[in-house]
Design a protein around this ligand. Structure first.
Ligand code: SF4
Ligand code: SF4
Length: 722
């Protein structure tokens, strides 16, 4: 282009476009900067940079979850990067200057050939993405939006005008050049006004993301109390409490819905929608006053109650949005305002009064330790503490698993002992937003471990593992204890040939393994349980959601005591997936998962039970139970250990029937029955009572979607299959 009025117009347009861009961007960044202070997020620069390069340049998260769409997106992304260079050259040409040709010299034709190829590929990719979004609407999780359509059109026009411009004899060259230039000048404004803002923000958001999934700030409660006695903000109470990184996340969201598509509560059809609350957060920043409440605007109390803090949403997000900080931040505000969550109140009271999640008297655990003849920890060098956790410690259904693990430790001559005074580690209190209760439990646990001189812990509970390993260590500032999951220890013992397993000719069972969220996603322990099962001759069939992409059993954030409030239970999608696999044998590696998924298929076992069953040792002889034998005789768990025979309980059965009179048409699962009948008894007792009523013909048992449901038996027939 020769110098003349056109260059003048071009210069004005560039200046105007740049000015408008800076103004709009500054407005958005001011909303981010107005956020509450956040934790330092610039440490470990090398690690952060490597992560950013991996996730942005290699598009690992984009391609990983959705290979076809992700690859198309990656092609457009790389085209965008390369055409950035071409764009500079394009505008330089507008002022009669050539940048690339003199710079590249003899390599220029090759560059041009490369860019032609890229332009063709980008055109195909953007047409493919647009076809998916606007034609294949049924399979596309993304909503249609006019900005997405406009962006697709802009990119296509840019590629076509480029391809036309590099021809020997372009069609309408001057008009072609201007169309290309005008689209480029309009593009940045479209970016700022749409979800395509992520092009600018995603690398920043990914770089600043916390290293660890679910790394919650440890509040200095005493300092907060001293600061103000009247106005303490412990969580996300009002809009002004939203920290700057959270605000940046709200603007970074690309609206891809990956988070929602992985959320077990959303899959169950409940009101929780991770993408929904991120977008509501974005709207809130633009519309709300700083003193407006977060709960009610960003996400509802009802939705919050369904979150099991499984981290699936955050783990799959391709732009570094930290959903868990929003969820736990809001739960902290909720807990402060008298704990109005779905689970919270009863759970907090149970912990407060008894130190365990089941509100069981302390003597119940002592009885279990004695009954199972578990050795007490002595503090001898090399001795492990077997940290049972609340479920193994109090739930009688789990005794076969405890007995099996005991048998394995004994078989491998591992020195271990349990602690009489073990209390809840505070995991669920923290995830329910009760930070003060968590810190109290954590401090008491640390004091206990310190007083007993504990150096190493093995636990079956991934929640205890994660909390003691990652979170208690933040409180005492000391070097963390050695703590491993029981599946890790079992895998190691099997590898070291310290467990005489019938490897190769063992059970030969085909099973599905359910990865617990806090073991697989948070602790990244996915191979040890598989290795241990393989050593026992178990052939695994993988579930669609496996390893770090596992689907929650619904027990997280104290979900195992959650009463279902309409809709499907959060555990239902996983149960259905397990049932759909066709497997009849489910292996878990978490007491809570076992409790939640029990009866999904014919047999549900803890990994310890599976390994104990393949021990190439004779089973121990059955011992008569202290206090005499039951009329029914003792139940013998796999691994040869006795556990308590369950007696019929007419009072409990009467309460169940009474409750069903108020719910004559409903099909209810055990946890729902417990909630609605206001009984606090062991799940195995409840199940026994309900099954007895089925035997008596008063209830009927329905199995569908992998779940066991009970309802009033209006007709006859003990068991119905849907
Ligand atoms: S943490 Fe889990 S349950 Fe909560 S919103 Fe995310 S995916 Fe859903
Ligand atoms: S929060 Fe992340 S995963 Fe969810 S819609 Fe936004 S970009 Fe996608």
């Amino acid at each position: 282009m020769a110098f003349g009025w056109e260059q003048g117009v071009l210069a004005l347009l560039i200046a105007g476009s740049a000015g408008l861009f800076v103004r709009t961007l500054a407005g958005k960044l001011a909303l981010v900067a107005a956020g509450a202070p956040d934790r330092p997020r610039t440490d470990h620069a090398g690690r952060r940079l490597a992560r950013t390069l991996r996730e942005v340049l290699l598009q690992t998260k984009v391609i990983g979850g959705r290979p076809v769409v992700g690859t198309l997106h990656a092609v457009v992304f790389f085209g965008f990067v390369l055409f950035g260079v071409e764009t500079l050259d394009h505008f330089a040409h507008g002022f009669g200057v050539s940048l690339l040709e003199p710079l590249l010299g003899s390599a220029y034709p090759a560059w041009r050939g490369l860019m032609i190829g890229v332009a063709v590929l980008v055109s195909v990719a953007i047409l493919g993405l647009a076809f998916r979004r606007f034609v294949l609407v049924k399979t596309s999780p993304d909503p249609k939006s006019w900005t997405s359509a406009l962006v697709a059109l802009f990119i296509l026009v840019l590629m076509l005008t480029y391809l036309n411009g590099v021809r020997e004899a372009p069609f309408a060259p001057r008009a072609n050049w201007w169309v290309h230039a005008l689209v480029i000048l309009a593009f940045p404004h479209l970016i700022l006004k749409s979800k395509h803002f992520h092009i600018i923000l995603a690398p920043v958001s990914i770089y600043l993301r916390l290293d660890r999934l679910g790394d919650y700030a440890t509040l200095d409660l005493e300092a907060l109390m001293e600061e103000s006695e009247t106005e303490i903000s412990l969580g996300l109470e009002t809009v002004k409490d939203l920290p700057w990184k959270m605000r940046l996340d709200f603007f970074s969201c690309v609206e891809c819905k990956r988070c929602t598509s992985q959320c077990p509560a959303a899959l169950a059809g409940n009101t929780l929608d991770p993408r929904g609350f991120v977008l509501a957060g974005r709207r809130t920043l633009a519309e709300a006053q700083p003193t407006d409440a977060v709960i009610g605007r960003v996400l509802t109390e009802d939705a919050l109650g369904f979150c099991v803090t499984c981290g699936a949403c955050e783990h799959v997000c391709p732009v570094g949005v930290e959903h868990l900080q929003v969820l736990v931040g809001a739960k902290r505000a909720q807990a402060l305002a008298s704990g109005r969550g779905v689970v919270a109140v009863d759970f907090f009271h149970a912990i407060e009064s008894t130190g365990n999640a089941f509100a069981e008297p302390k003597g119940e655990r002592k009885a279990l330790l004695d009954e199972m003849e578990l050795p007490r920890f002595t503090g001898a060098p090399g001795e492990w503490v077997l940290w049972l956790g609340c479920v193994w410690g109090f739930n009688r259904d789990q005794r076969p698993a405890v007995a099996a693990f005991k048998r394995l430790l004994d078989a491998a001559h591992v020195p271990y002992g349990v602690l009489d005074d073990e209390i809840c580690c505070g995991h669920h209190s923290r995830r329910q937003g009760e930070e003060a209760q968590y810190q109290d439990l954590a401090r008491r646990t640390l004091e206990l471990l310190h007083a007993k001189g504990v150096q190493r812990i093995v636990t079956p509970c991934p929640h205890c593992l994660h909390t003691i390993k990652r979170e208690h260590a933040q409180l005492n500032g000391e070097a963390a204890l050695e703590i491993v999951h029981h599946s890790e220890l079992l895998a190691q013992l099997a590898t070291d040939r310290r467990l005489p397993l019938r490897a190769g000719d063992g059970t030969g069972a085909v099973a599905v393994y359910h990865d617990p969220c806090y073991l697989a996603r948070f602790e990244e322990v996915t191979e040890a349980p598989r290795a241990a099962l393989a050593a026992a001759g178990v052939v695994l069939q993988e579930l669609p959601h496996a390893r770090r992409k596992t689907l929650c059993c619904g027990g997280g954030a104290a979900g195992f005591v959650r009463e279902s409030k309409g809709g499907r239970r959060v555990d239902q999608p996983r149960r259905e997936e397990i049932a759909a696999s066709g497997a009849t044998f489910l292996v878990t590696a978490c007491p809570e998962c076992r409790m939640m998924l029990d009866a999904s298929v014919e047999r549900t076992k803890d990994i310890a039970e599976v390994l104990a069953a393949s021990l190439a040792l004779p089973l121990p002889k059955e011992q008569p139970r202290a206090g005499g034998s039951s009329a029914k005789g003792p139940d013998v768990g796999e691994g040869g250990t006795m556990y308590r025979p369950i007696e019929d309980d007419p009072e409990l059965e009467a309460r169940i029937l009474q409750m069903f009179e108020h719910h004559p048409k409903e099909e209810l699962q055990l946890l729902d029955i417990a909630g609605k009948a206001h009984v606090s008894c062991k799940l195995c007792d409840l199940r026994h009572a309900a099954d007895h009523l089925v035997e008596e013909g008063q209830l009927c048992l329905c199995r569908h979607g992998g779940g066991r449901y009970y309802k009033l038996d209006e007709h006859e027939g003990k068991e119905q299959h849907a």
